[in-house]
Design a protein around this ligand. Structure first.
Ligand SMILES: [Zn+2]
Length: 150
């Protein structure tokens, strides 16, 4: 069982695969290496990154299957976006995201205060008949003219 919610390095990735009875195929290794460098990505972005690195030959369909399978066993986290594309995140602990629709990129929003306020609020105010397991908040944004800091 993984204790850390940070992205596993290549060595840890191999041991996680082994512990789950999965082989460290060149395709899986290439996908993980691409995910480590991208952080947040869709299957086509991972495929493009692998193609650029020249490490392995992997089709978009295989990349999609690998990402989906690895997220099922908790290595990546799925991030649904409003445009219905599924993104994957190497950081699996709950955290907030900024989704820039114009640039088509997702970044982590480091605002632990807001995350704990939201968690505390929904602990007290769960929707009737539901228990909140996790809070997934995504800010859909575009860059303002004056922002060069992000
Ligand atoms: Zn993230």
């Amino acid at each position: 069982m993984r204790r850390s919610h940070s992205a596993p390095d290549m060595e840890s990735f191999r041991s996680i695969l082994k512990s789950k009875g999965l082989k460290a195929t060149p395709q899986r290794l290439a996908v993980h290496e691409a995910m480590l460098s991208l952080g947040h990505a869709c299957a086509d972005m991972v495929c493009e990154q692998i193609r650029k690195s020249g490490n392995a030959c992997v089709t978009v369909a295989s990349v999609y299957n690998i990402l989906s399978g690895l997220s099922t066993i908790g290595i990546y986290r799925r991030i649904p976006t409003i445009d219905n594309r599924v993104w994957y995140d190497v950081l699996t602990r709950p955290h907030l995201h900024i989704y820039d629709r114009k640039r088509n990129e997702i970044k982590d929003l480091s605002d632990e205060d807001f995350a704990s306020v939201a968690t505390a609020y929904f602990k007290e105010h769960s929707p009737k008949g539901y228990k909140v397991d996790e809070i997934d908040i995504q800010l859909v944004c575009h860059r303002s003219r004056n922002s060069k800091k992000l």
